[in-house]
Design a protein around this ligand. Structure first.
Ligand SMILES: *Cc1c(COP(=O)(O)O)cnc(C)c1O
Length: 435
């Protein structure tokens, strides 16, 4: 399978090149030239299959020409060593709990897969110099990527993050590891970090001196594995629902990677009727869905901070999937946006009513289902992070202390080691060349 750039000004590349380059030279995003369709027979047998089995089957359809099957199986099985259970919340609403990985957020899936795929490709290179992975984070990406790559041989990871704008727990997940993981604390916003990273990739001189790659959700190797759990959600849904039901999937949106992965799953044949896209106050995608006009704007801070994105990078991919047709987008996706008080109220209400504790991100997606589900529809929302990652926020809402799982508390006991960086590209460049 070849990959093309959404800007169409650069050549088709192999999976290996797309993964190592991250961003295409013309500043576009890589997409597979065609979307393989999964035969119906697969869906008849999907009940009872495990997450690892389903994921390998899907991965093998997409990546079979590019990765040796045995190696691919190892990559998939090693990536998904934790479960992604579908938990019933009410008669027609289910939570897909994506937070059982090492950093307790869904980004573990894409980050762990990418780390293993990159190590596989680099091991085949003649030039054995290390790959430098550069990533901007608004919170959870950094932890997932840093842990996904931690101690992987031949790889260095640089995590750029906005000072004081990520939670203490999030920061501890990437800034206390050391070894091949460098935490870089800038005095800008997340959008500034993302723009610094983009400049580095477009800097020819820098790229001649070091092997540089991205691990943001723009990287195709992070995006595609996120499709796997949509198939697994479907399998679990049909373990308990016999009749054909209209399935609606609701996704909390930031950079739109998770939603794009769901749309890819649908394009491959997954029987989902429609998607809901939930925004927080950063309502750029919501505005697009309701007006047809896409207008990036500076991000504002909310209690669902991993969704504080002012120019969601995967928007371009969604446009590609629907042939740039606003009408087709709207036939498949509708949206809502919620302010911090809506989010707080949603968390409080569901906790009091059902005893289920949402995190601020999942809460937006849950609320959207509650508001939009038709009588003939069943909904699954993506619960993208463990609520204890936002302990202070959540405790203030439910007026109760919550316990922190060992997975998270072990990071909090580490010592923070970060490199301060002014919001300035030349400073970043010298740093990358000096380490
Ligand atoms: C990153 C993140 C999101 C947003 O996902 P995108 O793929 O960027 O749209 C939502 N919730 C949590 C917890 C996240 O970490």
């Amino acid at each position: 399978m070849k990959y093309y750039s959404t800007k169409r000004q650069s050549q088709l590349v192999s999976l290996k090149e797309a993964v190592i380059k991250g961003l295409a030279p013309d500043n576009g995003l890589y997409m597979p030239i065609h979307m393989p369709v999964i035969p119906n027979a697969f869906f008849n047998n999907i009940k009872g299959m495990s997450l690892q089995e389903i994921s390998f089957a899907i991965a093998n359809v997409i990546f079979k020409d590019d990765v040796d099957a045995e190696c691919l199986k190892n990559i998939v099985y090693d990536t998904l060593k934790f479960d992604i259970p579908l938990v019933p919340i009410s008669d027609n609403i289910y939570s897909l709990e994506l937070f059982h990985g090492p950093t307790m957020a869904f980004k573990d899936v894409g980050a762990r897969f990418m780390a293993r795929l990159l190590a596989y490709f680099n091991s085949q290179e003649a030039d054995k110099s290390p790959i430098n992975v550069l990533v901007a984070t608004s919170g959870d990406t950094g932890g997932a990527v840093a842990n996904g790559f931690y101690n992987v041989e031949g790889v260095k990871v640089f995590v750029l993050y906005p000072a004081h704008k990520v939670s203490k727990i999030q920061e501890s997940q990437f800034a206390t590891l050391g070894n091949n993981v460098y935490a870089i604390e800038t005095d800008g916003t997340f959008d500034d970090c993302q723009s610094l990273v983009k400049q580095a990739f477009l800097d020819k001189e820098l790229n001649q001196n070091i092997k540089l790659t991205s691990a943001n959700s723009i990287n195709i190797a992070r995006l595609i594995p996120q499709s796997f759990y949509y198939f697994y959600a479907y399998a679990q849904f049909y373990n308990v629902n016999d009749k054909e039901k209209n399935l609606v999937i609701s996704v909390p949106c930031g950079n739109l990677g998770n939603l794009t992965a769901g749309l890819i799953a649908k394009k491959m044949g997954l029987p989902v009727k429609r998607f809901l896209a939930a925004n927080n106050k950063n309502d750029i995608f919501f505005k697009y869905l309701t007006t047809g006009i896409y207008k990036p704007k500076p991000s504002v801070q909310t209690i669902a901070n991993a969704m504080d994105v002012g120019n969601p990078s995967n928007f371009e991919r969604i446009m590609e999937l629907f042939g740039n047709s606003y009408k087709s987008v709207c036939a498949n996706i509708s949206g809502n946006w919620y302010n911090d008080n809506d989010i707080r109220k949603t968390i409080y209400d569901l906790y009091v009513r059902q005893g289920y504790l949402l995190d601020p991100h999942g809460a937006t997606a849950y609320k959207s289902l509650e508001q939009n589900l038709g009588a003939d529809e069943c909904g699954i929302f993506l619960e993208t992070a463990h609520p204890a990652k936002f302990k202070d926020t959540v405790e203030e809402i439910i007026h109760k202390e919550i316990s922190v799982p060992d997975n998270l508390s072990k990071f909090a006991n580490g010592v923070k080691e970060s490199i301060p960086l002014p919001n300035n590209y030349n400073a970043l460049k010298s740093l990358l060349l000096s380490i």
